[in-house]
Ligand binder design. Structure first.
Ligand code: LLP
Length: 415
């Protein structure tokens, strides 16, 4: 659990911008980037937190960016990333399927495509011969903090199945495309047991690529680096992680006979611990043996507990700073749905958690919400998207204003 902010700071931001509010700390993001400096290229998986101002911060630190939709490509361009077939390219588009509008955008801006299906290669070749591509390979196994984030193995829709590598390489050759690199991302949440296997699988793929007469410039380890959501969770040893991949890269270099770039594509690791979600306690009540603390933020803001049963540490802040005795509470939001509960066990079981006894007006701080928080928000129950604030040292600035209900209604009323 990380907490980059003081209670006074959070109170002043809540008073100024209201709740619900996302708050990010720039220094924590810079620290995480620095921890990965051994990799040739750190490519931010912006799906974790795609605010343009966060992307700018990444770019200023030399980080490249991954996009998984046309919208994310346009965000990267708006943040000042330069499109084109660089080595490494500033922007890479990763997907298993590509609609016509996205195809037109990657062609227009020469954004390399990290293809998870052979059909994408055919579609790209027809529209843009000479286009640079990566192959995202599903090695046949994966892992994840939940089944929903496991992206390897035969139950995953992601990547080109490992035995189809040669077919994909043939599509590249006949389509006149250029192979930039090989990529694997097999899930969110690193498992060291698997890592050796993943690195070994990559070396074998490079061998087969070479045997099929293709050259490449880089390999990508994908993302998946975990963070300690709970007290006592292990923190990732980035030097060890790099060491394993660097050894694989060296083996791959001896196969291809020249230097290869080593890319990493983290989302969560770079931003999760930088962010908190602030809510205000609006009601408390008892129901049988449960004590409920009801706040003004719900799973339309932070979906992770409802969707995966994810744990997020929480604090209650009293305006007068008073320390309160812990009280087992179910922390729930304002949505008209019983799953709108932040204290969940696996499988969405309501779980009271020991929290400072909260009362109306207190501030609820939900920690480690910088990744897959705001970016997964929705307008469910016609709730406008919350505002976002970036704190950089003594400076705090709004980086997304709160959406208004009128803006939402206008999408329909204008017709
Ligand atoms: N690269 C690719 C191709 C990915 O699909 C992902 C995540 C990443 C990189 C970054 O993974 P990370 O380093 O953040 O684990 N919404 C879920 C996580 C979904 C991840 C999807 N893909 C959550 O809240 O935990």
């Amino acid at each position: 659990m990380s907490n980059p902010f003081t209670p006074a700071q959070l109170w002043s931001l809540a008073d100024r911008y209201c709740t619900p509010l996302w708050v990010y700390d720039a220094a924590t993001i810079r620290e995480r980037i620095a921890q990965l400096q051994a990799f040739d290229t750190v490519r931010f998986a912006q799906k974790a937190c795609s605010n343009i101002h966060i992307l700018r911060l990444m770019r200023e630190q030399g980080v490249k960016v991954d996009a998984v939709s046309r919208g994310e490509i346009l965000r990267a361009l708006a943040a000042g990333f330069t499109p084109g077939f660089g080595e490494p390219a500033d922007i890479v588009y990763t997907a298993d399927v590509m609609d016509e509008a996205t195809l037109a955008t990657v062609v227009e801006h020469k954004v390399p495509v990290n293809a998870g299906s052979i059909d994408m290669l055919h579609q790209l070749a027809a529209a843009s011969p000479g286009h640079h591509v990566w192959l995202r390979i599903n090695p046949g196994f994966g892992h994840g903090h939940s089944n929903k984030t496991n992206t390897g193995g035969e139950h995953s829709k992601h990547g080109i199945w490992h035995s189809e590598l040669e077919a994909a390489l043939a599509a590249i050759r006949t389509g006149g495309l250029v192979l930039a690199g090989l990529h694997m991302h097999i899930g969110s949440g690193v498992d060291y047991g698997h890592l050796q296997e993943v690195c070994g699988a990559m070396v074998k793929l490079v061998e087969r690529t070479k045997a099929a007469g293709h050259d490449l410039h880089a390999i990508s380890a994908g993302g998946g680096l975990s963070i300690p959501y709970r007290k006592g969770d292990a923190t990732i040893d980035t030097a060890h992680y790099h060491g394993l991949w660097d050894a694989a890269r060296k083996q791959a270099e001896s196969i291809v006979g020249h230097k290869l770039g080593l890319e990493l594509e983290p989302g969560r690791f770079l931003v999760a611990e930088s962010g908190v979600l602030l809510g205000t306690v609006r009601a408390t009540k008892n129901a049988g043996s449960n004590h409920f603390v009801l706040v003004d933020t719900g799973f339309n803001e932070l979906m992770r507990p409802a969707m995966y049963g994810s744990f997020h540490a929480m604090d209650v802040l009293r305006r007068d700073g008073a320390a309160l005795p812990a009280r087992d509470s179910v922390v729930a939001g304002p949505l008209c749905e019983s799953g709108d509960v932040f204290t969940q066990g696996d499988g969405g079981v309501v779980l009271p958690r020991a929290l400072a006894g909260a009362s109306v007006g207190d501030l609820l701080v939900i920690h480690d919400t910088g990744a897959y928080g705001s970016s997964m928000s929705s307008n469910y129950n016609t709730r406008p998207l919350a505002a976002e604030v970036l704190v950089d040292g003594t400076d705090a600035r709004l980086i997304r204003r709160r959406q208004t209900v009128e803006e939402l209604l206008a999408l329909e009323l204008s017709l």
